[in-house]
Design a protein around this ligand. Structure first.
Ligand SMILES: Nc1ncnc2c1ncn2[C@@H]1O[C@H](COP(=O)(O)OP(=O)(O)OP(=O)(O)O)[C@@H](O)[C@H]1O
Ligand SMILES: [Mg+2]
Length: 376
């Protein structure tokens, strides 16, 4: 394994009886951008702290490349860390703070000064080089912490909500800077956020955590379009989740009967291999739910006949969202989203629409209750 890959095996952490991280296996490839996403208390910071060596595990191992670093102190793991509360040195100026990791690496004073100045430019703070940390706002301190980590270009960087205190514009700018660093330096990055949009746009893969374990690991598209559990479907954006009975398997799709009326529809089997008759859920994203006036076929897809009465229409400029109450009372409220075209095909409240979807755009989710979110 190359030197900046990270892997953990059976890694676990408990606090008393409380399991903060259940035994976990994970491999982060060399140069990968992996995001730990999940609700508050799901174990993201715990996992990151174990990777950084800030807390010892109860079980399992951590490797960087082929080297076992499970019990190595943080400074022996060529890992840069940007934690939310990772304090700057209070007695040093901002420039000295940023130059510090370079001095530790025996970079000449002149070089260190120049690179610290460049790093400050990058985080849009060239004017505060001579100040002390206490003279900075929280968001400014966060940017300095980022600059201090990036300045010595470690081969692995762990970041725990590094942009949490920034306003939207600065946050987007820093997202681009972090992506650029990742691309240009080939840095392996493990990034923590609970902002699903940030996770989707930044990551090669997302590791979605729930209650101290990995719920699903995959590309943003895997998690968004092919969630394996209700928890994943629910966590990432809006979704329609329909109770259904499994009928027959057709290639990699299944035919299902939806709701109490048993209207037939299709969905990708999604790796599930369940016998006919099983209760499942079918998930369809709002943009994949086609709506047509009652009786018509929608977008060339034959209408499957799930009918909904429009309860709300929201036109958000380019996108129209239609919320519906299904006539079948056993189905939950549904939402469809489509590009706003013109006023003539506007949908009105109380219209009854027929909903359909293609089998390629829907997935089967096993019918288990979503586990409780990770708050203890
Ligand atoms: N030192 C500790 N002692 C006791 N419990 C702890 C300790 N550190 C973390 N925990 C618990 O472990 C669980 C996971 O915490 P962790 O900080 O990893 O969550 P997180 O996913 O980072 O959440 P957030 O999004 O709120 O930062 C929480 O329930 C937390 O209370
Ligand atoms: Mg945390």
């Amino acid at each position: 394994m190359s030197s900046s890959s990270l892997s953990v095996q059976g890694l676990a952490k408990r606090y008393g009886d409380f399991v903060a991280l259940a035994p976990t296996d994970l491999v982060v490839a060399d140069g990968e951008f992996l995001t730990l996403l999940g609700p508050s208390g799901s174990g993201k910071t715990t996992l990151l702290s174990l990777l950084a060596g800030l807390v010892p595990p109860d079980e399992g191992s951590v490797r960087i490349g082929s080297q076992d670093v499970t019990y190595a102190p943080p400074y022996e793991r060529d890992i840069g860390v940007v934690f939310q509360n990772y304090a700057l040195f209070p007695h040093m100026t901002i420039e000295e703070n940023i130059a510090f990791p370079l001095k530790m690496r025996k970079v000449s004073a002149a070089d260190a000064k120049r690179r610290a100045r460049e790093a400050l430019e990058m985080v849009h703070l060239p004017h505060i080089a001579g100040r002390y940390p206490r003279e900075l706002s929280g968001g400014q301190q966060q940017r300095v912490a980022l600059a201090r980590c990036m300045v010595y270009k470690p081969s692995i960087i762990l970041m725990d909500e590094p942009l949490g205190a920034l306003d939207k514009k600065l946050r987007e700018h820093m997202q681009l800077e972090i992506k650029r660093l990742h691309r240009e330096m080939g840095t392996t990055i493990v990034y923590v956020t609970h902002d699903q949009e940030e996770a989707m746009t930044m990551s090669d893969r997302i590791c979605l955590m729930n209650a101290g374990r990995i719920e699903q690991l995959g590309t943003p598209a895997d998690l968004y379009f092919r969630p394996r559990t209700l928890f994943v479907a629910d966590f990432l954006g809006e979704s329609n989740i329909l109770p259904a009975d499994l009928r027959t398997r057709v290639g990699d799709e299944v035919e299902v009967g939806v709701g109490s009326s048993g209207v037939s529809g299709r969905a990708l089997a999604n790796g599930h291999d369940l016998p006919p008759g099983s209760s499942v859920r079918v998930m369809v994203r709002p943009q994949n739910l086609a709506v047509a006036r009652h009786g018509a076929s929608a977008m060339g897809v034959p209408a499957v006949g799930v009918q909904g009465r429009v309860s709300e229409v929201m036109v958000t400029g380019s996108l129209t969202k239609v919320y519906m109450e299904p006539l079948d009372r056993n189905l939950p409220p549904l939402v469809a989203a489509f590009p706003t075209r013109n006023e003539a095909d506007a949908v009105r409240i109380d219209d009854v629409l027929t909903l359909s979807w293609s089998g390629r755009d829907a997935v089967v989710i096993a019918d288990t209750a979503a586990p409780a979110a990770g708050t203890a």
